[in-house]
Structure formats: structure tokens, C-alpha cells
Design a protein around this ligand. Structure first.
Ligand SMILES: Cc1cc2nc3c(=O)[nH]c(=O)nc-3n(C[C@H](O)[C@H](O)[C@H](O)COP(=O)(O)OP(=O)(O)OC[C@H]3O[C@@H](n4cnc5c(N)ncnc54)[C@H](O)[C@@H]3O)c2cc1C
Ligand SMILES: *[C@@H]1O[C@H](CO)[C@@H](O)[C@H](O)[C@H]1NC(C)=O
Length: 458
């Protein structure tokens, strides 16, 4: 390696890193995106996925049927040339539509100034688009029905259980192991055995369950271009539109409340009391069927540090940072991991070991920041959205945003509609809070002075 001057070729392929055999564990949203990126950089990719190929299976299993895609995810999709294809079937959501207990609705636009919006995308569809795109690369090989059972990260060796059979084990090796295997990552589990690996996980009191508002006469039953929210302090329900004109409804509440609803009668009473306008839309029969069909799912938040092991393994997506879903950023953050990692990989004089280390260095604080923000929004969405003070703050934020669009970007907007590092979004918000406090102080003290002056004059 004598010439180190021009190490990146016209395709952005970093010639200082020789082609590696890369094993990606997990073919979900982040794993299938990472596979595309590694392949474009000239590496030999083997993607191992526990489930069968979702493109050919009938079974739709797993979590949340649709997701809110925002700027960070869009940017990562654009980098592999898939943004337009994904957006062409996505449904824009321009704001929150709030439903109160009486069934009255009000709209809070996400961005009245420049009209940015979230996009509702189907999880399965998005995963299929990504897997199909990977099929076109001769240097990507898919291995479905392969579950990672154990790995020796130092040696780069792995053992997989195939076809859901206890006995049938397959062995493989790789230069680099990439853990995209979600919140319960097996790769992370291996990493956690190494010295100096910090890890924390937190289950929240709330669980969630998915319901459906079906299409009626082939039409949406509610305005489609909103994220619908029913905030009820302790509970919350949201609904996102689907391509087939139905809505997927996510009911989120403490497990003890779920447990308290045991019969169809109790369920209907509960719904008529808190979500009366949703009952005729879902339909009593379907409500009862969907509610009792499945158990509420757990939600958890996971932080760890570092995200890599030597020059041998790295975690991306939920495997590195799982969060509660209340900011709609889990997938977006996981896709942004790819944006960051592959931009580091393209830096001149990069080695794989240095790239992994740099990724941890640059990503950990932002990953932890979005986990914290998601936890914060867990409170805000079900409670604050209704409060007068929240609406005031929102109005002030929006007004300042309108006048100083480059200077005053509200927290929600910087998270969802920019690529500002998450930790900077938080710092920004703290700075804005300080200013607002000062403004409030000036306004209040002027009022006091003014009233005082009037008093003296009289
Ligand atoms: C209710 C809910 C709503 C959400 N809404 C949003 C939203 O609106 N916007 C948003 O951005 N995010 C949202 N998220 C978060 C989002 O779902 C995740 O952040 C995202 O799916 C992470 O992708 P991933 O590829 O890292 O992990 P996953 O999607 O979990 O994929 C992991 C894959 O690895 C496979 N796997 C697991 N273990 C193994 C193993 N041992 N061997 C081989 N394969 C394995 C699994 O089968 C799976 O296919 C939501 C999450 C929930 C729960
Ligand atoms: C792990 O946590 C401890 C205590 O908070 C901290 O001092 C240390 O720097 C952390 N290590 C890593 C790798 O984050």
C-alpha cells in the first residue's frame, strides 16, 4: 500500500479497505439497508435472517404494521437510490389530528412554515423494497431461516440454527459481523461478554396492542393525511393510514389496565367511555375480535456502549439502541446509523478497525439522546398535547419558527425534519427554553411595571 493519496474511487468505494466478507445478522429494515451499502462498497455480503423470506411468506408476524418515515430515514434511502420508490406508495401525514373524549378533533400541523411531513409506510412493503434491491447485487447472498445461536467475535465464527430445527446447525465465518438483529440482539449478547461493555435496559409500564379501522366503501373513514392521536393521560391511542385505506390503530396503556379488561362488555364500556368516536369506525365486532386475539406487547429502551468490538463486529439499529416508539424515530435512527457508518467508511485513509471505533465515538451520545427523547415523548404525547401550556409553547415555537426559520427550529421539527445530531437537538431545545424564560420574564415584569405606573399616576 504505497499510494495513499486518492483512496476513494469514483463510486465512493474506499480502496484502502480491501473487500471483506461481511456477515449481516438480521434482515429487517436496518439489516437489509446495511447489506445494500456494504455491497455498493464492494464487499461480499452474507445476510442471515431468522424468519423465512417475507416476500414469499403469507404470515405477517412481528411488530407495528406501519411506521412513520421522516427525514433521517429518507436520506438513508436516497443514498441507495430508493427514496422515490418508497415515497411513491407512502402516505404523507401533515400533522397530528387530536381526538378529545367527546370526539371533537383539532389539528396541529407539524410544520406550518415549510410544510414538511411524516410518511406512513408499511413495514413489510419497505422491507420488501430493500430486499428486492439487494437481489440485484451479485455480491449479496441471502440466508433465510438462519438464526444466529452463538458467535466467537474474535475469530469471526458463527453458528446458525437452520429451518427452525433444533439439531441442524450450520457454521460460517466472516471478517466482519454486523449485528442488525433488533432489540434482543444475539450479536450484542456476545459483545456484552467483552470487557468494558456498558449496557442498560428499561421496560416501561405501558404495553401496546394493534387494532384496525377498516376501509369503508373503499374509502378512508377519517382524513388520511394526519397522524391521529387520542391522548388520555394514562392511556393513548394513535392511528396511521395504510395504502389500502385502512388505519392501523395502536392502543397503548399500562398492563394493569389491559388486565382489567376481561370481557367484551368491559371492553365496549371502556371504549365508549374513552374512545367513543373510534368505536363505530373500528366496529364493535372487529374491536372485540382484535382486542382479545392477541396479548399486549412489551416496550423497552436499550442503551449500550460501545457499538463495536475491535475490528470484528458492529451493532446497527435496534441492536445498538432500542427505544420506546413515541418519537417515531427507531427505524429512522437505525437507518441514519447506516448513513453515518458508510460516510466514515468512505473517509480517506480509513481502516475497518478505525471505522468501527469512529462510529462508536460519533454515534453513542446521539443514540442515547434519541432514546431519552423518545422516553420524554412517551409523557408528552399522551398528556401534554392536551394541556394549555403545551399549546401555548407550540404556538410560540411556531411563531418564532415562522420568523426565524433558520434560527429557531422547534425540537420536534429538528428531530423529524432535519439531520441535526440528536444530542444537538436537545441542546438546542435547552437554549430555546432559556430564551423563552427570559422573554416571559420581560413580558411579566413589564406588565407589573406598567400596572404599577398606572397606579402611581392615578
Ligand atoms: C409499536 C411500534 C411502533 C413503531 N413505530 C415507528 C415509527 O413510526 N417510526 C420509526 O422510525 N420507528 C418505529 N418503530 C421502531 C422500529 O420498528 C425499529 O426501530 C426498527 O424496526 C428497527 O429495525 P432493525 O432492523 O434494527 O430491527 P428489527 O426490525 O427488529 O429487525 C431485526 C431482524 O433480525 C432478525 N433476527 C433477530 N434475531 C436474530 C438472530 N439471532 N439471527 C438471525 N436473525 C435474527 C429478526 O427476525 C428481524 O427480522 C416502532 C416500533 C414499535 C414497537
Ligand atoms: C461505562 O459506565 C461507567 C459509569 O457510568 C463510565 O465511567 C464508563 O466510562 C462507561 N464506559 C463506556 C465504554 O461507556
Amino acid at each position: 500500500m504505497s499510494e495513499k493519496i486518492n483512496t476513494v474511487n469514483a463510486n465512493g468505494v474506499n480502496l484502502s479497505i480491501p473487500p471483506l466478507k461481511v456477515a449481516i445478522i438480521g434482515g429487517g429494515l436496518v439489516g437489509s439497508l446495511a447489506a445494500l451499502n456494504f455491497a455498493r462498497n464492494g464487499h461480499n455480503v452474507h445476510l442471515y435472517e431468522y424468519r423465512e423470506d417475507i416476500r414469499t411468506s403469507e404470515l405477517v408476524q412481528g411488530r407495528s404494521i406501519n411506521l412513520a418515515l421522516s427525514e433521517r430515514g429518507r436520506k438513508a434511502l436516497a443514498e441507495v437510490g430508493l427514496e422515490d420508490e418508497v415515497l411513491s406508495t407512502a402516505i404523507p401525514m401533515r400533522g397530528r389530528m387530536l381526538h378529545d373524549v367527546k370526539g371533537q378533533t383539532s389539528v396541529v400541523l407539524y410544520d406550518p412554515c415549510t410544510n414538511q411531513c411524516l410518511y406512513s409506510v408499511g413495514r413489510k412493503h419497505l422491507n420488501e423494497v430493500l430486499l428486492n434491491a439487494g437481489e440485484k447485487f451479485p455480491n449479496i447472498q441471502y440466508h433465510f431461516r438462519h438464526k444466529l445461536k452463538s458467535a466467537n467475535l474474535q475469530e469471526g465464527s458463527m453458528r446458525f440454527q437452520c429451518d427452525y430445527e433444533e439439531q441442524q446447525l450450520e457454521e460460517a465465518t466472516a471478517d466482519l459481523i454486523v449485528g442488525c438483529d433488533g432489540a434482543f440482539s444475539a450479536v450484542r449478547q456476545q459483545m456484552s461478554k467483552t470487557l468494558g461493555f456498558n449496557f442498560s435496559q428499561e421496560y416501561i409500564e405501558h404495553g401496546y396492542l394493534e387494532l384496525c379501522i377498516p376501509a369503508k366503501n373503499d374509502e378512508f373513514q377519517m382524513p388520511p393525511n394526519y397522524l391521529h392521536i387520542w391522548p388520555r393521560n394514562e392511556f393513548m391511542m394513535i392511528a396511521l393510514p395504510n395504502q389500502d385505506k385502512s388505519f392501523t390503530v395502536t392502543l397503548s396503556m399500562p398492563f394493569k389496565v389491559f388486565e382489567g379488561i376481561r370481557t367484551p362488555k368491559e371492553l365496549l364500556e371502556f371504549f365508549h367511555r374513552y374512545y367513543s368516536d373510534a368505536v363505530p369506525l373500528i366496529g364493535e365486532e372487529l374491536l372485540i375480535k382484535d382486542f382479545f386475539k392477541s396479548k399486549p406487547q412489551f416496550l423497552l429502551s436499550i442503551k449500550c456502549n460501545p457499538f463495536h468490538f475491535a475490528d470484528k463486529a458492529i451493532l446497527l439499529g435496534d441492536a445498538a439502541h432500542a427505544m420506546v416508539p413515541y418519537y417515531g424515530q427507531g427505524m429512522n435512527a437505525g437507518m441514519e446509523d447506516c448513513t453515518l457508518f458508510f460516510s466514515i467508511l468512505r473517509e480517506p485513509h480509513m481502516t475497518i478497525g478505525k471505522a468501527l471505533e469512529t462510529f462508536t465515538e460519533r454515534r453513542v451520545s446521539d443514540a442515547h439522546a434519541i432514546c431519552d427523547l423518545a422516553m420524554y415523548n412517551y409523557v408528552e404525547m399522551r398528556d401534554l398535547t392536551k394541556r394549555f401550556s403545551f399549546k401555548c409553547r407550540k404556538m410560540l415555537d411556531t411563531t418564532l419558527f415562522r420568523f426565524f426559520p433558520n434560527y429557531w427550529v422547534p425540537l420536534y421539527n429538528s428531530v423529524s425534519f432535519t439531520s441535526m445530531p440528536y444530542s444537538k437537538c436537545i441542546a438546542n431545545r435547552q437554549w430555546q427554553d432559556e430564551i423563552l424564560k427570559k422573554i416571559m420574564f420581560i413580558v411579566l415584569s413589564s406588565a407589573v411595571l406598567f400596572i404599577g405606573a398606572l397606579y402611581i399616576v392615578h
